[in-house]
Design a protein around this ligand. Structure first.
Ligand code: ADP
Ligand code: NI
Length: 216
């Protein structure tokens, strides 16, 4: 194992342990799926694979959703871990910036930082929020928040603030309109966009069937 491979292996172990009790939508399985898809996109689109791997592994290390909205914790935990692994400062900086900027909530006040590696990991993270897995994750999160599955009288908030979005007070079906169905057009890379198509169609079919069955 060379030095970089060793660091990736240590990071894997660290993330697995840290997320041991995480909510099912943001657990180590989510991390593994994002890593795989980011690698796949990276193969086509380029980018520094070392940064892509570490960024994917660490991107949800302390998600603000589960830490009272604190957005500074994830970057801090990641930086301390990477310093302990003697990763070069230049690379730590790139990875921390990725973690600070990856989240969908940043689209509300304009994402400030971009890099090829962030574009790729963000696409991989968004792919995991759509399709069959995206549907499953949305309902897990809705359950965690004790939100309704659906309420025909509550309309999606098409324009909401970042703070409002973060509260997550919505029906899970509305979350499709507030976020999930938008992701296809927010993909950064061509490869990501292509991968999103099938998953997007699956959500549209799901909603059609859902309303057919709901009919009260
Ligand atoms: P990011 O991981 O980009 O920060 P979010 O925090 O918006 O994205 O969402 C992470 C996961 O939780 C996604 O699968 C998303 O669909 C789900 N989620 C977020 N908010 C809600 C909500 N109000 N209802 C249902 N699912 C949600
Ligand atoms: Ni994620």
């Amino acid at each position: 194992m060379n030095k970089q491979e060793k660091i990736i292996e240590n990071t894997r172990q660290f993330v697995k342990q840290t997320l041991e009790k995480a909510e099912a939508g943001h657990d180590y399985w989510h991390i593994q799926r994002v890593l795989k898809n980011a690698e796949k996109i990276g193969e086509k689109e380029g980018g520094d694979l070392f940064i892509i791997r570490l960024g994917s592994l660490l991107h949800d290390i302390a998600d603000s959703k589960f830490h009272n909205g604190d957005e500074s914790l994830g970057p801090k935990v990641a930086r301390e871990f990477l310093e302990g692994q003697n990763v070069e400062e230049q690379n730590i900086e790139k990875i921390v910036k990725i973690i600070e900027n990856i989240s969908f909530k940043n689209t509300f006040d304009g994402q400030k930082y971009r890099s090829k590696e962030l574009d790729i990991i963000q696409d991989a993270d968004r792919l995991d929020a759509i399709g069959a897995i995206g549907i499953a994750r949305a309902f897990v999160y809705g359950g965690y928040k004790n939100n309704l599955i659906h309420h025909p009288g509550i309309k999606p908030k098409t324009r909401q603030s970042k703070e409002e979005y973060k509260k997550g007070e919505t029906t899970t079906i509305n979350h499709f309109y507030e976020k999930l169905l938008k992701l296809k057009d927010l993909m950064n890379t061509n490869t990501g966009r292509q991968m999103a198509e099938e998953r997007h169609r699956f959500m549209e079919d799901f909603l059609e069937q859902f309303y057919k069955e709901w009919d009260v």
